[in-house]
Design a protein around this ligand. Structure first.
Ligand code: NZQ
Ligand code: ZN
Length: 392
């Protein structure tokens, strides 16, 4: 097992009706003014936002609001949020929504507590040294941002989607009521399930083999999400299935599934981020579209790992030919994605990229040939190009 640091400071308040506690949870933070940050309107439509306001008012908390976060959250709204928070002397941000809202809140939090342009942190020019405290009321099980150390923002200038990781942005608390996710469109539910599985698979496909416990957690988590994603396709109001998926979403990305690994591969995420930046696709769906092509491309670098995945996760009998077993496992996962109406190619995302756009995706993903991605097999710009081509 590799050495690791496991840090999960987020207080999780899980279950039916827990959003009623949000006022008291914010009060525990001893802040003076809160920014309530939310997305494009689902929280208004469901009445959640009003319930949050009531809870804050009952706890005597003063607040201002900023909505309008879009999926693949934009830098321009982050700047607007920083301006508003400065003007209103905000010292706590409450994100009510999904990964996009939480990530936008984290970026505003960085902007409020560090000098200079917040985009520098996403371009890796500098590292943040602080962040405003963040609280979360989660409405979609997917990105895992409610417990992760990550924030992903899209800069409209050049449509670059970039991530920034630091321990400062970990949420102080996360309120998770599975019932809140019942209003999700089926596509977002399925896309979220893929993202949760992928956060586990990115860590599972690594270069080390000696993690019996972490492997077992990961294999069971992926199987649990697959089972419940199928249930939710037929029964979107099934509380138990919503609850399993929601908890899996946090555990998949709070670091637990990476304990003892070398950190994992993450190439599929990097490949998807460029698709998200350029074509504004749902993150999980974008991952489903590229994963199979990535997996086939790197299979020969880790046949034993892919064979283990095929056997333990996809239930395929492990034959003597590890490459063949691994290939069957990849195909079985693609079949599963299809079964929950997720794409397994860029074309199935509804995009027909031109040759020039494929070149551009590879240029952007390689930071103009300045970096490689992945650890199962280190991928350079030409490898990225070939994977995008295969996924086309
Ligand atoms: O904006 P509203 O109207 O709220 O609609 C949202 C949005 O259109 C809707 N939605 C959310 N909860 C709902 C709901 N609709 C009805 N009922 C509800 N209860 O769902 C749509 C997607 O929301 P979004 O927040 O974008 O989803 P998700 O949680 O999948 O977040 C995706 C973003 O997170 C990033 C992704 O790249 C993407 O930008 N990621 C963040 C990570 C992190 N911070 O740790 C890790 C991930 O790998 C990922 O990269
Ligand atoms: Zn993800």
């Amino acid at each position: 097992m590799e050495n690791f640091l496991y840090y999960t400071p987020t207080k999780v308040v899980f279950g039916r009706g827990t959003e009623k506690q949000v006022g008291d949870l914010v009060k525990e933070q001893h802040c003076t003014k809160v920014l309530v940050h939310y997305g494009g309107g689902s929280v208004k439509k469901s009445g959640l936002l009003d319930r949050i306001y009531v809870s804050l008012e009952e706890a005597g908390i003063s607040y201002v609001s900023l909505g309008g976060v879009v999926p693949n959250p934009r830098l321009s709204l982050v700047y607007e949020g920083i301006g508003l928070c400065r003007k209103e002397k905000v010292d706590f941000i409450l994100a009510v929504g999904g990964g996009s809202v939480i990530d936008s809140a984290k970026a505003i939090g960085y902007g409020m507590t560090n000098e200079g342009d917040v985009w520098d942190f996403y371009e890796k020019k500098r590292a943040p040294k602080n962040c405003l405290p963040i609280g979360v009321v989660l409405t979609i099980a997917a990105a895992g941002s409610e417990m992760s150390n990550s924030s992903v923002i899209t800069n409209e200038e050049g449509w670059k989607k970039r991530g920034c990781n630091s321990e400062y942005c970990r949420a102080k608390f996360a309120v998770m009521d599975p019932e809140l996710t019942m209003t999700l469109p089926a596509y977002q539910t399925a896309s979220g399930c893929v993202d949760i599985m992928m956060h586990t698979m990115e860590r599972y496909f690594n270069r080390v083999d000696n993690m019996e416990l972490t492997d077992g957690f990961s294999e069971h988590l992926i199987r649990t999400v697959m089972k419940n994603a199928k249930i939710l396709k037929e029964e979107p109001d099934n509380y138990e299935a919503r609850a399993e998926v929601m908890w899996a979403g946090s555990l998949a990305h709070n670091g637990l599934m990476g304990c003892g690994t070398d950190g994992g591969d993450w190439a599929s995420h990097q490949l998807e981020h460029e698709l998200g930046g350029m074509f504004d696709v749902a993150h999980g769906a974008g991952l489903a579209a590229v994963w199979g092509s990535w997996a086939r491309y790197v299979l020969d670098a880790r046949p034993e790992r892919f064979a283990q995945f095929a056997e333990k996760v996809m239930g395929i009998e492990k034959g003597t030919d590890l490459l063949e077993t691994g290939r069957k496992g990849i195909e079985a996962m693609e079949d599963f994605y299809r079964s929950i109406d997720m794409p397994v190619s860029i074309h199935e995302l509804g995009i027909e990229p031109t040759e020039e756009q494929i070149e551009k995706l590879a240029d952007k993903c390689s930071f103009d040939r300045q970096r490689t991605i992945g650890c199962v097999k280190k991928l350079d710009r030409e490898d990225m190009y070939k994977i995008y081509q295969a996924a086309r």
